[in-house]
Design a protein around this ligand. Structure first.
Ligand code: T1G
Length: 705
């Protein structure tokens, strides 16, 4: 017998019955919650002394959705759609009293109610598309009846949350309260019963008795061609993800189907997506993002307070970091080596804030305030008051060590020093600082004001509270932080290096850059690898290959094609040519590159052959997964799902594919291992199957898994 208190209880305020849900952490509409609400609703409806009913929640939020953990299990009765139908059919007024985030099934419960009151900070949303789903409990059919077709399509297709003020203006809620929600909801219900209730603002549908049942309202008129165009744009932007378009079309169906038919259409579409690979992948990502924050080393560690942050270096990376810091409300001090460089940095930072104004993300005043909170100069003694300094200077060990030594004499002994290095060993950088326990790696991905990912790298001496500080600052920046071990390339760049090698091998073996790019773009990547290499600049990887040349294993296959392009000054977009030729802002394949590739194959004695898209993808995924398995085996990543998050948030991997490790699981480790064994035979040293991969495959075979 489960000893935990039942998640649904009932209270009375006069003749108003309050159904109170208390199911931490987010009052998800689990089976226990649904059956509890149903029981309480039936009892209240049958009780002649009750004139109105309120549904509200304890804790941090109104119902934040169906219980995602129940997906894949047989849904216990009542289902959420059935419960919503019962709420809407109730013969007494049912009011939703909303605080926190009424999301997904929670928003749908509110939509099925006859009235909605929310506190000023509340938000409502239907984020099912982010899980590869669509609202499955009436949201696509009831929402347009309250806020109109265009707004409903946008809200369902984007999954965005709508604040209380906008929700009131659009008619999604009827009243906003600043007072005690339960008391104000009770008063609202009593006014409704007495026929004196009215919605604040100019809600389209007056609230009065007989009950305003959302499902019985007409769908307001809308512009059909405009909706068709809106849906077409939604599907184009979805880049292969199904749920946004399916959700938009389910909303549109509300205009032509009556409620029962519309609900059936929605349920069928929802069920199809629930069984889809895309939804399985996106639910994996949802839980992976929450798991990433679970770092045992942080247990009991309290982050150091950070209010003023320094950024050393105002190049592309430093400017992007300075922008996100200002956006998060930090006071920012930036320093470059010279006034000229500082001036250029200042302009870079201002331009990034200005772009936020031009795209409508922020107002001119907000941009000005953020610039005012950002001091840019060329004297690093300005960092003296900083609680944290992030260095984003040239990725050279001596330069960084010299900086950290200098900073040690400027900032407080407890100020955290973070290095943004991509490839250098943070231990060696930290060794140059006094109190090396305060040094940590904060590897941002470029552009830092766009990419969500930050790899947090602890040195062997990083103190737990310093690591906790890195996670806390990353969270406040809205970044997705993943703990990475201190190895060459950490997680992302180390795996990306294997990815790049396999891509270059495939050129010699028979594929062409645009064929490999097409195969990966068909997989869902916004840009194929060779287009990305050209965008980033071929010279950066070239410099690293030259740096590592002396230590490269001669038994490892080495393809010289990229070196030859660099020797010709073809560094990619910035030089007008790289793997592609760039003219008038367009990219096109270059026969000259094909000739170089063919000549290299002849020199290497490789008989080129056609390589299909499926083989291209399998080789790339197998290369990534094998390196990922090595990283896991060495303890350089905490879990496989962290590796998936790195590629989704740092390299544009489509979230609806779940990430390389998730993909491997779906392809079968046997397939991956067989491909890696082919690599070992063909490509030599460096392509041995990762021990962990072999072990997992063997144990699966052992247990017939
Ligand atoms: N089901 C189960 N657990 C959930 C959950 C959910 N819907 N939402 C959050 N959790 C857990 C989460 O895993 C974590 O657990 C803890 O709550 C705190 O979450 C029919 C089918 C509400 C904005 O998509 O967006 O309704 O790690 O760390 O940052 O149409 O959680 O502590 O063990 O994210 O303050 C639609 C998903 C579902 C909302 C709070 N709803 N959740 O953010 O905390 S599908 C959603 C969120 C649906 C219907 C369909 C956020 C949040 P643990 P957290 P937070």
């Amino acid at each position: 017998m489960d000893s935990s208190p039942h998640p649904v209880t009932v209270r009375r305020r006069g003749r108003v019955c309050l159904i109170v849900i208390d199911s931490p952490p987010v009052n998800a509409a689990s089976h226990a919650v649904r059956s509890g609400v149903q029981r309480a609703l039936k009892a209240a409806e049958a009780d002649a002394d009750v004139t109105a009913i309120i549904i509200l929640c304890e804790g941090r939020t109104f119902v934040a959705g169906a219980d995602i953990r129940e997906f894949g299990q047989p849904p216990g009765e009542p289902s959420l759609p059935a419960l919503c139908q019962e709420i809407e059919a109730c013969t007494k007024p049912v009011i939703a009293a909303i605080h926190g985030t009424a999301l997904g099934g929670g928003c749908e419960i509110a939509l099925a109610c006859h009235g909605r009151i929310a506190d000023a900070g509340a938000k409502l949303g239907l984020p099912e598309v982010k899980l590869g789903l669509i609202p499955g409990a009436g949201g696509t059919q009831r929402l347009p009846r309250l806020i109109g077709m265009a707004a409903a399509i946008e809200m369902v297709a984007t999954g965005r949350m709508m604040g209380a003020a906008e929700a009131l203006e659009r008619g999604l809620i009827d009243v906003i309260t600043e007072g005690d929600l339960a008391s104000d909801a009770t008063a609202f219900a009593e006014r409704l019963v007495s026929g004196k209730a009215g919605a604040q603002g100019d809600a389209a549908q007056p609230l009065s008795l007989p009950l305003r049942r959302t499902g019985a309202l007409p769908v307001p008129a809308y512009d059909e061609p405009a909706m068709a165009a809106q849906i077409e744009q939604i599907e184009r932007k979805a880049r292969g993800q199904l749920s946004p378009g399916v959700g938009a079309r389910a909303v549109l169906a509300a205009a032509t189907l009556d409620l029962p038919a519309g609900l059936a259409h929605e349920r069928a579409a929802f069920a199809g997506l629930l069984a889809s690979e895309q939804s399985a992948a996106l639910r994996h990502v949802f839980f992976a993002e929450r798991a990433a924050a679970r770092v045992p080393a942080l247990e009991g560690a309290t982050p150091r307070p950070v209010a003023i942050v320094g950024v050393a270096g105002a190049g592309t990376m430093g400017a992007g970091i300075a922008v996100v810091l200002a956006e998060a409300g930090y006071r920012v001090i930036v320093a470059e080596r010279t006034e000229k460089a500082a001036e250029a940095g200042r302009s870079r930072i201002a331009a990034l804030h200005q772009r936020g104004v031009e795209t409508g993300r922020i107002t001119r005043e907000v941009a000005a305030a953020r610039m005012a909170a950002t001091a840019v100069g060329h004297d690093i003694t300005a960092f003296a008051p900083c609680d944290l300094v992030i260095e984003a200077v040239f990725d050279d060990l001596a330069v960084k060590q010299e900086l950290f030594a200098a900073l040690s004499g400027i900032v407080r002994p407890d100020a955290v020093l973070a290095t943004n290095t991509s490839y250098l060993d943070p231990n060696l950088i930290g060794a140059a600082a006094s109190h090396p326990e305060r040094v940590v790696g904060l590897h941002f991905f470029s552009p830092a004001n766009v990419m969500r990912l930050v790899e947090i790298v602890a040195t062997g001496r990083t103190a737990p509270d310093v690591l906790a500080t890195a996670f806390a600052v990353s969270k406040r920046l809205g970044k997705l932080a993943v703990l990475a071990g201190s190895c060459d390339g950490f997680i992302g760049n180390r795996i990306f290096s294997s990815y790049r090698k396999q891509c270059e091998y495939m050129l010699e073996d028979g594929a062409l850059p645009h064929e490999i790019d097409a195969a990966m773009e068909a997989f869902g990547l916004p840009m194929g690898p060779f287009a990305v290499f050209d965008l980033a600049g071929l010279d950066i990887a070239w410099a690293r290959r030259k740096r590592l040349a002396a230590t490269r294993d001669p038994a490892e296959r080495y393809v010289r094609i990229a070196d030859q392009l660099c020797e010709l000054g073809r560094f990619g977009q910035k030089s007008g040519a790289g793997w592609y030729v760039y003219e008038n802002g367009k990219r096109r394949p270059d026969a000259g590159v094909t000739s170089i590739i063919e000549a290299e194959a002849r020199r290497s004695g490789v008989q080129r052959r056609s390589i299909g898209a499926e083989e291209i993808r399998t080789r790339i995924i197998a290369a990534m997964v094998n390196e990922g398995a090595r990283i896991l085996g060495e303890g350089m990543a905490q879990r496989a799902s962290d590796i998936d998050l790195v590629f989704i948030n740092g390299y544009g991997w489509p979230a609806w594919r779940g990430g390389p490790m998730f993909q491997a699981d779906r392809m079968g480790l046997g397939t991956i291992l067989a491909e890696v064994e082919r690599m070992q035979a063909r490509d030599g040293a460096g392509w041995e199957p990762a021990p962990l991969l072999v072990e997992m495959e063997r144990s699966k075979q052992l247990f017939g898994g």
